[in-house]
Design a protein around this ligand. Sequence first.
Ligand SMILES: O=C(O)COP(=O)(O)O
Ligand SMILES: [Mg+2]
Length: 222
Amino acid sequence: MTAFSFPIVGFDLDGTLFDTGGDLAAAVNVTLAGEGRALLPTEAILKMVGAGSRHMLGEALAATGGCDDALLDRLYPKLLVAYEADIARLTKPYPGALDALDQLAARGVKIALVTNKLEHLAEAMLAGLGLRSRFATVIGGDTLGVAKPDPAPIREMIARLGGGRAAFVGDSRFDVEAAHNAGIPVVLVSFGYRLDAIEALHADAVIDHFADLIPALEALPA
Ligand SMILES: O=C(O)COP(=O)(O)O
Ligand SMILES: [Mg+2]
């Protein structure tokens, strides 16, 4: 078998490999309820995911009566406690995600997780689902002090995995920009948590199902 075109493939977590929206939305709503705020529908909360959980909470507070830094500082720890307490209750891999990881691993590809979730929460979620061993490395939004769309997490992924040609798979503007800022191509999944229209993001490829991932990676220009 000839070597796969990308010896390193990185994945975003929320809305890409894992449907985390139910548990994220529950934690946001527990936090809003504790403040006497109105609850938000899951679909509204999903549009707030991508730039980290503090940003998500800020948007949720802004949408339910207002937000300032002092309020966010006070409620953010509560959100994290609520989320970690139930981090893998509704969360599950998207259809075909684990198969795609298996197929890449069978081709000798090194697989990374690069998320804007806090690293310890990403680790807790993976441990809760028994899936940590699928990833050669996990880089969170707080691992380097800068998060996607900064290219640093993508560059760190490539460095940790020994260098070589890499591609990234994500669901949001933050993923496309981080990958392109690091100079690597990005495959966008159409089913994740996205505020922007797909066409506005200029991904190198778009897939609707993980069964299409390997052909999409193979079709990317060398
Ligand atoms: O925590 C977030 O807002 C987003 O996390 P992600 O980078 O895995 O999509
Ligand atoms: Mg995402």
